[in-house]
Design a protein around this ligand. Structure first.
Ligand code: PEP
Ligand code: MN
Length: 342
């Protein structure tokens, strides 16, 4: 349930309402400078409780009340039926009619290689340039990224080519470094780093939240709740494959997540066929399947010379392959658009 209060409601009135809700067995918290009270109960409130809540909400300070039972208070569809569209920059929005293409190398390697890849993916139609600077590698002996220098190069290339950029943050202490990054990515390994999620909730930048490799959909959405309930509603979800018994792929792309997330939540969801497959020949088919399943976009790893990439070369497609993927995915999207965007 969400109770919206009028502007300038005094804090004694807010205190009165929250204690009255507590007496009805509802835990509550206030947000939006005290203008909203979110009240939650573990179970659907009984009819008589709902009646008492409504009485309570006849008070002068209440502007609007919405009663619903949805564990996903912020990202669920109980409160907000319509899907969210997340604005990334003047020309780029994720969700709704727009299908978003995010492309670029796994990690930023050098100014020259990044510029070359970025020019190519942009001219093929990429909306956002990706590039990791802090790399969460399985082995501490593998390339860990260029760190601050990588962020600087990514932002420089983005500015030069006028394309927004996305990069992965590993800790809340790095937030200042990400001041010029347009979209902050939370990687699969940090999906349940709740301190980081809360800190990102204080930012107003769009957050690309990737699904943990063993996370259930409920856990995935609850992580989005951490960010949103802390104040940042600009969350984009990313299905990047989950661990299964199949060793021939790095992960298994769970396309049902796309439909389930749309059913349960107002947030856009994209897929990452590169990390989902770990095998470049699978990237295009999985990307096209994502578009056919109604995803709001895809993120792919692209390199001019995948064999010599410093990370994830085996799953990186070439710039030519991305060009062909971008062309074909637009056709798939056009064919299914009416099904998903009514
Ligand atoms: C990435 O996108 O660079 C990445 C490391 O992905 P994931 O967190 O999904 O493994
Ligand atoms: Mn990678």
């Amino acid at each position: 349930m969400i109770i919206k209060l009028k502007n300038n409601t005094d804090k004694h009135e807010i205190g009165y309402l929250t204690s009255a809700l507590a007496a009805l067995g509802l835990s509550s918290r206030t947000e939006d400078g005290g203008r909203c009270i979110f009240a939650d109960s573990r179970e659907a409130p009984s009819e008589s409780t709902v009646g008492k809540i409504k009485e309570l909400c006849e008070r002068e300070c209440v502007e609007e009340i919405r009663v619903f039972h949805d564990p996903f208070l912020c990202c669920g569809r109980g409160y907000r039926k319509e899907r969210r569209k997340i604005k990334v920059s003047d020309g780029v929005t994720i969700g709704g009619e727009n299908f978003c293409l995010i492309a670029g190398p796994c990690s930023v390697e050098s100014l020259d290689s990044l510029t070359e890849i970025a020019q190519r993916v942009k001219s093929s139609g990429a909306d956002i340039l990706r590039g990791g600077a802090f790399k969460p590698r399985t082995s501490p002996y593998e390339f860990q990224g260029l760190h601050e220098e990588g962020i600087k190069l990514l932002c420089e290339v983005g500015r030069y080519l006028k394309i927004p950029v996305v990069s992965e943050i590993m800790s809340e202490n790095q937030l200042e470094l990400f001041a010029d990054v347009d979209v902050i990515q939370v990687g699969a390994r940090n999906m349940q780093n709740f301190e980081l999620l809360r800190a990102l909730g204080k930012s107003s930048k769009p957050i690309l939240l990737k699904r943990g490799m063993s996370a259930e959909i409920t856990e995935f959405l609850m992580s989005a709740e951490y960010i949103m309930s802390a104040g940042n509603e600009n969350v984009i979800l990313c299905e990047r494959g989950i661990r299964t018994f199949e060793p021939r792929t790095r992960n298994t792309l769970d396309l049902s997540a796309v439909t389930l997330v749309h059913e349960l939540s107002c947030l856009p969801i994209i897929t990452d066929p590169s990390h989902a497959s770990g095998h470049s020949p699978l990237v295009k088919p999985l990307a096209l399947a994502s578009a056919a399943a109604g995803a709001d976009g895809i993120m792919t790893e692209v390199h001019s010379d995948p064999k010599n990439a410093k990370s994830d070369g085996v799953q990186s497609i070439t710039t030519d392959e991305f060009d062909s993927l971008a062309h074909d995915i637009r056709e798939v999207r056009a064919a299914v658009k009416n099904i998903y965007c009514n």
